[in-house]
Design a protein around this ligand. Structure first.
Ligand code: SAH
Ligand code: SF4
Ligand code: F3S
Length: 439
């Protein structure tokens, strides 16, 4: 009898990577593998890597080095994701016990690559330097969340922001057909999900290859699928953020009251150097549309501090934008030079201490803004979808349509199931969450 095929997979990075892993796991299971909980038990160890910041590739190499000893026990290794695509065959040189290196644009070939691995081949690559026009579609998705189902609708990126690796690691921008997206949305509902999150590095750059609908129309159509209660989408790019998206939100109650719209900087000069292709005014016009929506839309963003050439005035412009928009959430990062990117050749003018200081100033200010924003919800009743339990505090954990975490008490002995919806009266607010009681 052949030995049982087992695998262990660990995922780093963004939601698209997390969802890719769900599809990779589904593919492995389909190929007769069983998922196990640790490297020790697994015959095949896979790392789905991220390369967005902070010498990510070095971290992957350190990690692989730690597992050299496991290789001696006959285990095989695969490096997937953005570091795999970025470093390519160099991974075999630095970690010779790795057998498979594949970027996300080659996952549709995984069954074939796995067969070669099983036949004992040692250096298998799935690398794609922005050639492929195809998307990774599979019916074997091992969804890891009991309450939220992801659908990637756009893969890759063609924006080439000057600091970013994604166009090099995830390939050319390509969209799935709207009929395939809708078919998947219907299958997801049949499986019992009521919340769908549509994904893309620039989700709103969606262009239906069948030419049937725009992004806003796709949103509305998915939102109207029988049985769907919540539709989220991330990440939107300001450049492609059109007014009909706000109209779709206005007209479709299932589209959630939250838009993540990364601005990166409040300075026109820095935005230009970043090649973001919009000005602060252009961005703020889109924010004004969102603020004029019929329902209050929660806003969140990403910001980079310390980009090459960022002066104290540029940073103040970012702080002013923060005060003007009053976001409910901000992901802020210190600029980190990345391989292959145009910004790598720009002279870094902001010392690391200043980057750290700007990051702290920004996050402190944002905390104050969020305290005020979140406290506005006290006294209100929100529809919350249950995500799980916080046994330490004896509370149920859930999320509002605005994507705010809500911790609440529940009067009954048996806890509500993840994915169920409850009405919660908000009694307390914190800078990053709300608390209350089920009514
Ligand atoms: N496609 C999305 C998100 C890209 S990655 C967008 O365009 O908004 C997520 C975030 O990581 C980015 O929004 C940016 O704020 C940050 N990021 C990307 N590259 C970075 C770098 N080289 N240094 C620091 N932060 C970076
Ligand atoms: Fe990176 Fe810019 Fe593409 Fe976002 S839009 S993934 S920041 S290149
Ligand atoms: Fe990281 Fe690649 Fe996502 S670099 S953030 S895993 S697109």
């Amino acid at each position: 009898m052949a030995a049982e095929k087992t695998f262990y997979l660990e995922t780093f990075g963004c939601q698209m990577n997390a969802h890719d892993s769900e599809k990779v796991i589904g593919t492995l299971i389909e190929q007769g593998y069983r998922q196990v909980e640790s490297e020790i038990e697994a015959g095949l160890i896979l790392y789905n890597t991220c390369s967005i910041r902070d010498k990510a590739e070095q971290k992957v190499f350190h990690r692989l080095n730690d597992y050299k000893r496991l290789f001696k026990e006959g285990k095989r290794f695969a490096v997937l994701g953005c570091v795999a695509q970025q470093e390519g065959e160099k991974i075999f040189d630095r970690a010779p016990y790795v057998s498979l290196v594949s970027g996300s644009a080659s996952y549709r070939k995984l069954p074939e690559m796995l067969a070669r691995l099983e036949s004992g081949e040692e250096r298998i690559t799935g690398l794609d330097d922005r050639q492929t026009e195809e998307t990774f579609e599979t019916e074997f998705t091992a969804r890891q969340s009991p309450y939220r189902a992801y659908i990637t609708i756009v893969e890759g990126c063609d924006k080439f922001c000057s600091y970013c690796v994604v166009p090099y690691t995830r390939g050319k921008e390509r969209s799935r057909s709207s009929s395939s997206v809708l078919a998947e949305a219907r299958r997801i509902v049949d499986q019992g999900y009521t919340e769908i999150q549509l994904l893309g590095q620039n989700v709103n750059s969606y262009r239906d290859p069948e030419g049937k609908c725009s992004f806003a129309e796709l949103l509305a159509t998915v939102g109207q699928v029988e049985g769907i209660r919540r539709v989220r989408f991330t990440t939107s790019h300001p450049r492609d953020f059109t007014r009909d998206i706000v109209e779709a939100i206005d007209q479709t109650p299932t589209l959630c009251d939250h838009v993540h719209l990364p601005v990166q900087s409040g300075s026109a000069r820095i935005l230009k150097a970043m090649a973001r292709e919009y000005t602060p005014e252009w961005y703020l016009e889109r924010i004004a549309w969102l603020k004029a929506a019929r329902r209050p839309i929660s806003l969140s963003t990403d910001i980079i501090v310390g980009f090459p050439g960022e002066t104290a005035e540029d940073f103040i412009a970012t702080m002013n934008l923060l005060a003007e928009v009053e976001y409910d959430g901000v992901f802020a990062f210190k600029y980190s030079p990345r391989p292959n990117t145009p910004a790598l050749t720009m002279i870094e003018t902001v010392p690391d201490e200043d980057k750290t200081q700007r990051l702290h100033v920004l996050l402190d200010r944002q905390r104050e803004i969020q305290k005020i924003n979140y406290s506005r919800q006290i006294g209100g009743v929100l529809e919350v979808m249950v995500e799980g339990l916080n046994p330490a505090r004896g509370q149920i954990v859930g999320r509002s349509s605005q994507n705010k975490p809500v911790n609440f008490t529940w009067p009954h002995a048996i806890a509500p199931a993840p994915g169920s919806y409850l009405r919660v009266k908000i009694t307390e607010a914190f800078p990053n969450s709300l608390a209350g009681e089920a009514v």
